[in-house]
Structures are given as C-alpha cells and as structure tokens.
Design a protein around this ligand. Structure first.
Ligand code: NAP
Ligand code: MG
Length: 485
C-alpha cells in the first residue's frame, strides 16, 4: 500500500522548473513517430495557475484517428500480437523504470499543465503511475493462471481509450498498462487541457523500444474522442470521464461488436460516527475533499456526520481549513492548486451559488486566494438538504456539503440517495458499524478509517451512474482479454 504520510523515494523534489524542456509544439504519436495533424492544426494548452500558453498541441481529425487505428491494427497483426507474455512484460518493466528515472520531469509537467500541487504529482501520482506499470508487467506472463477454469486467454485487439484531465498521467497508466499486459494495441486520447504528460509518456514508450504502433497517442478535443469511439476497426472502448459523455458513448457503441468499460462520475458519502477518532477523521475529511482541488471522481464530497459530534467536527474542520494554502501549484507548501480550466472554475462557482439560492449556508476561510489564475478556496456548504443540487450533483471542486444524521440506518439511506455509486468512507471505532456501513453503502470502493488510499492491486469501479467495469487489480485484466472454455 502506498504510504501517503511519508511519501515515496521514487520522485525527488523538483529543484527548479528550468531543467524542464517544454516544447513549443507537440505532434501526434502514431506508428512510433511524431507527426503533424491533418492541415497542421493545433490548439493551445495553458498553465492554469497563470493562464499563460504553455505549448501548442496537434489537433487530430478523424483522418488522423484513421491513421492511428491502422497503425494499431498492423502492430496487433504483426510482432506484438505474436509476442509472448514474458516479452511483453519486459517492455512494461522498462517503461516503469523509465518513468521512475524521469519522474521529476513528469511531475513538474503534470503540475504546470494541469494545476495540481507539485507535492501531490511528485509524491502520489508519479509513484502510483510507476507502480501501476510494474503491477501489470507482473501479470503479462501469468495470464494463463489469472482466470481459473478458463482454457484459453487471448487479447481483445485494438483498444480506443479516452481519458479526463484530473489525473492525466495516472489515467493514461490505468488504461495503457493492463491493455499492453494482455497483448492489445492502443489509441489513447488525453483530455484537451492536459495532453503533455501523455505525450511525454509516448516518448518513454518509444525509448523503451516498444514496437511501432502498439501505443498511439492522438491529441484533440471531444470530436477526436468521438472519432475514436465511432471507429469501426476498434474492438474495445475504455472511457474515463463524466457520466454525461459516458452515456453518449454507451449510445454510440450500442449495437456494435465493441466491448466497453466506463469509469464515470461520483458523489461519495464520507460518514463520521460519534465514536470515531475525531482528529484523524478531520484529516481524513480534508484529504477526502481537498486532494487534487477536489477534482477527484471518488472525492469524499458529502460529509455525513452523526449529530452528537457534528458541532465538534465542523469546528475542528474549519480550523484546519484555515491553515490550507491555496496558490502556486509548483510551490511545495501549496495544499490546493489551480482549477484546470476556466470552464470548470465557472461550474464550481455556479454550483456554490445554487447552494445559497436553495437555502444552504456557504463558509470559506478568510485568507488569500491569488487573484490571477483559476483558484477557488476550500468551501463548506452547511445546512444542506438531501434534495439540494450540491448534494445530488458532482461539483468536482474543493467544496464539501455537510449533513447530519442520528442512526446508522439514516446514514446509509442518505449515502445511497444519489444517482452515483463510486466510493465512500466511514470513520468509527466499532468494527460492527464499519462493516454494516461499508456493506450497505452501495459503492464500488469503500474506505474505513482512511480515505483516498490507492493501490494498483485493488480494483476501482462504480455502480449505478458511476460506470460499468473495473480498472486495477486482477479485475482490471478482464476488460482486456477474451476467455474461452
Ligand atoms: P469529460 O468531459 O467527460 O471528458 C472526458 C474525455 O472524453 C476527454 O478526453 C474529452 O475530451 C472526451 N470527450 C468529450 N466528449 C466526447 C465524446 N462525445 N466522445 C468521446 N470522447 C469525448 O470529463 P472531464 O471533465 O474531462 O473529467 C471529469 C469527469 O471524469 C468527472 O465526472 C469525474 O468524476 C470523472 N472521472 C471518473 C473516474 C473514474 O475512475 N470513475 C476517474 C477520473 C475522473 P476533451 O476534454 O478534450 O474535450
Ligand atoms: Mg493545460
């Protein structure tokens, strides 16, 4: 299990950003080569902490997607499709080690392009990315033993993968590592606002000697993603993003032979029982909602606190929030970085306004939030009703709604009363209560007396409108294999 308190040795602190060579322009990575998009079209990617243009990125058309799919198909029909699992594993081990070696560069680039605090990209994202490749490297030669009772395990073919902006490199790792371990080839599209680390990963994949066409990275916006989803020569779609786009994708693949996994939104309940260790629970609440500015699908965004301790928890939480530093993502002291885009910042503002309109109370600590750049302060919404928009819908920002409850059953009822079912957390000293809550809250991932603890061996996926299928662990192999017998 990754140690969140003490960090990890893999990614030393960046000394400065001067060693980082951000290119003026990035191309598409197709068939192991860098190329322009059709018509040399590009778009700008910005640094959300200061709104400055960081770089230009190629805007892939549907013809560019065709080229990438053809490259992936020929790689699948060629050397890669025939390769033994142990040889595929060697490439994955090589990628993991190169990520470790270049983790400082990756972490700084991730923070500049995405806005997340360097402490998080350096100490959490990068070690988890390397660990994910290591973990699936280990499966590559053991697939025949992974599914007891099955006679034959084969790959699915060419896989189209579309990912969001909140964990750009980590989502690329979650997609690419299991796909390659199982012998598939890949076309991956990062989010428009955070393409750079996926492109650096392409560089690493080339450096690792992975055969041309096995991994293709096409950059662009929603239309590029749609061209992947609708492409007739793709066998499987793996999507992580909003429930709204997930539903469009489901419609697009309905009636085709494509298989799919959808990792979508969440609205996790974070339940504090009156017997919980309160100081630890408060740290857990802070980690649950303010990690990565709350731009986290599994964020503990709805606090459910038992009546007897509500006042105490809220008082301590407010005090703790007063110490959080909002600001320059590259500063090692920063707790809450920049929101990735103006659009997302406006969504957060709109949601918080709706809370006031619907009768809730908004609380924010006094303190400095930089005026330039996409910043939003840590925020509590008190006196929430279950029907409030902010309780029902994903805000995807550093905003925590607070409700109280009297009994365990009431907590379960409130926790389950949204359309989502991705994750949740429970704090209690009593095993019986922990087991009842984790069992009866309808969510794919439940944490007890901790929050946001990730491990590549642990499956991750949601129920209800939070998605279909799992990533991570042994379960994460299933979408990438065909099983006979
Ligand atoms: P999004 O708007 O759904 O976009 C996700 C990706 O899909 C982006 O690459 C996007 O491209 C692309 N896209 C947009 N429209 C498309 C279409 N019609 N067809 C195919 N692709 C299309 O989500 P987001 O705002 O980037 O990410 C935030 C959401 O992701 C939240 O709801 C969060 O909960 C969810 N999420 C879920 C998980 C999980 O594991 N369950 C993990 C992380 C995030 P552009 O961005 O370039 O337009
Ligand atoms: Mg950017």
């Amino acid at each position: 299990m990754y140690d969140f308190i003490n960090g990890d040795e893999y990614a030393p602190a960046p000394e400065s950003t001067s060693e980082l060579n951000v290119k003026e322009q990035y191309g598409l990575f197709i068939h192991g080569e860098w190329c322009d998009a059709e018509g040399k079209k590009t778009f700008d990617t910005i640094d959300p902490s200061n709104q400055k243009v960081l770089s230009k990125v190629a805007l892939a058309s549907s013809n560019d997607v065709d080229k990438a799919v053809a490259a992936a198909r020929s790689a699948y029909n060629g050397e890669w499709g025939q390769m033994s699992g142990s040889d595929r594993g060697k490439y994955l081990y090589r990628i993991s080690r190169l990520i470790q070696e270049r983790s400082r560069e990756f972490a700084v680039l991730e923070t500049m392009d995405g806005g997340k605090p360097i402490r998080e990209s350096r100490d959490i994202d990068l070690p988890l990315v390397a660990a994910h490749f290591f973990y699936y490297a280990g499966w590559a030669d053991k697939l025949d033993y992974a599914f007891p009772g099955k006679q034959k395990v084969s790959s699915v073919g060419v896989v189209g993968q579309v990912i969001p902006w909140n964990f750009p490199l980590m989502m690329a790792a979650w997609k690419i590592a299991p796909a390659l371990a199982c012998g598939n080839t890949v076309i991956l599209k990062p989010a428009e606002t955070t393409s750079l680390t996926a492109l650096l990963l392409a560089e690493v994949i080339a450096e690792a000697g992975v055969p041309a066409g096995v991994v293709n990275i096409v950059t662009g916006a929603g239309d590029t993603g749609r061209a992947i989803v609708e492409h007739p020569d793709i066998d499987k779609i793996a999507f992580t993003g909003s429930t709204c786009v997930g539903k469009q994708i489901l419609k697009a693949v309905a009636g085709t032979e494509k298989t799919y996994t959808l990792e979508l939104g969440g609205k996790a309940a974070h339940v504090i029982m009156d017997d919980a260790a309160i100081d630890q629970a408060v740290e857990g609440i802070v980690n649950g909602i303010f990690f990565n500015q709350g731009n986290v699908c599994c964020a503990g965004s709805r606090l459910l606190v038992q009546e007897g301790v509500a006042e105490k928890v809220i008082k301590k939480l407010k005090k703790r929030m007063e110490s959080l530093i909002v600001g320059n993502p590259l500063d090692k002291n920063t707790d809450i970085g920049a929101i990735n885009s103006k659009e997302q910042l406006n969504t957060i503002k709109r949601m918080v306004k709706s809370a006031t309109k619907e009768g809730a109370e908004v609380w924010q600590p006094e303190g400095n939030v930089p005026r330039k750049g996409n910043y939003f302060p840590p925020t509590l919404i008190l006196d929430c009703a279950q029907s409030h928009t902010v309780v029902q819908q994903e805000i995807f920002g550093p905003v925590l709604t607070i409700q109280t409850f009297r009994t365990v059953n009431e907590a379960i009822e409130k926790a389950n009363n949204t359309e989502y079912g991705l994750s949740g957390g429970v704090w209690s000293d009593k095993g019986a209560k922990v087991f009842k809550l984790t069992d009866q809250i309808n969510a794919g991932i439940m944490w007890a007396n901790t929050y946001n603890a990730f491990d590549p061996a642990s499956p991750f996926g949601g129920f209800k409108e939070s998605g279909i299928g799992c990533e991570g662990g042994l379960h994460g192999l299933y979408p990438y294999v065909k099983l006979n017998g």
